[in-house]
Design a protein. Structure first.
Ligand code: BV8
Ligand code: ZN
Length: 249
């Protein structure tokens, strides 16, 4: 008979009480309850835009204005939202484990930092940042509205969103820190991701491969490609499940 959620919660909280190192990988689902549209719920269309046109280098090369229109809309959406109880619970987990806690996110909305998390590894970049196409300078522009085609404050060339598009490499240092935190974890959570985008999803099997003792836990509305790879899955809203886990440790 499958374990009841209560038993699973008990298993998780018992392991957390003994753990030194906790690593969390989040995806768009952790921000869904804040009102940020998830990536795949829109059937590969994002706000009506085919992904190929707005989240690939070719899309940028072909029509940079179209790409900026898409990111201006996402920046405007994220400027109006707040962290939800799921983000807050992860901040409490960071408070509990201090340097032993690592938050790896595929999200670009900055909501984990808004909830107070300090050690956030943004695998796919950040909506608040732009990167110069000429001098490569990265600037934090916050979420206030920008010109349709914003320019670099240093060299006046066009800037692009500082986002990792498909077919682009992830930031090396952030990736290697994410791998280190994954393989060192006593408990590894994968929360609110469909686990179809690599290399991010590759962290999930990695947690157990390097440390069979690691407890791996999925929290999602539904089963995903990660479900077969983890020890335990709890299915429901992250904003409801995470506070229950935090109350138990
Ligand atoms: C790379 C930035 C190589 C955009 C993103 C051909 C050539 C090269 C690479 C490839 C190729 N073919 C395939 C690849 C690999 C490709 C890939 O994985 N493609 C997939 C689609 C098959 N990966 C790449 O291209 C990566 N780069 O491989 O480079 C390389 C190496 C060296 C040198 C040069 C090149 C780059 C991947 C990064 C792409 N950028 N984002 C932007 O955000 O604007 S990825 C995009 O998907 C988003 O960032 C998102 O975060 C990410 C993952 O999606 P999820 O977060 O999982 O969101 P999703 O909607 O899918 O799922 C939400 C989940 O939440 C659901 O399961 C739902 O049930 C759940 N949920 C909803 N509500 C709740 C909830 N759960 C709990 N509670 C709730 N309330
Ligand atoms: Zn510049």
């Amino acid at each position: 008979m499958p374990m009841l959620d209560q038993e699973k919660i008990e298993t998780i909280t018992q392991r957390l009480r003994k753990a030194n190192s906790v690593t969390v990988l989040t995806g768009a689902g952790i921000s869904a309850e804040s009102g940020v549209p998830t990536f795949r719920a829109s059937d590969g269309l994002w706000e009506g835009h085919p992904i190929q046109e707005v989240a690939t280098p070719r899309g940028w090369y072909r029509n940079p204005e179209n790409v900026w229109r898409f990111y201006h809309a996402r920046r405007a959406n994220v400027a109006t939202v707040k962290p939800n109880p799921g983000h807050v619970a992860l901040k409490q987990l960071e408070d509990r484990f201090g340097d032993g806690f690592t938050l790896i996110t595929q999200n670009v909305d900055g909501l984990h930092q808004q909830a107070g998390c300090r050690n956030v590894l943004e695998l796919h970049g950040a909506l608040r940042e732009v990167r110069c196409t000429k001098c490569q300078r990265v600037e934090d522009r916050g979420l206030e509205p920008l010109d349709l085609m914003p320019i670099c404050t240093t060299c006046r060339a066009n800037v692009r969103p500082n986002i990792v598009w498909f077919e682009e490499a992830l930031p090396e240092l952030i990736w290697s820190k994410s791998v280190d935190a994954t393989v060192a974890s006593d408990v590894f959570f994968v929360i609110g991701t469909s686990a179809v985008v690599y290399p991010a999803a590759g962290l999930i099997p990695m947690a157990k491969r390097y440390n069979p003792e690691t407890l791996t836990v999925e929290i999602n509305l539904t089963r995903t490609d990660a479900s077969e790879m983890v020890d335990l899955g709890i299915y429901g809203k992250a904003g409801e499940i995470l506070p229950i886990i935090l109350r138990g440790i």
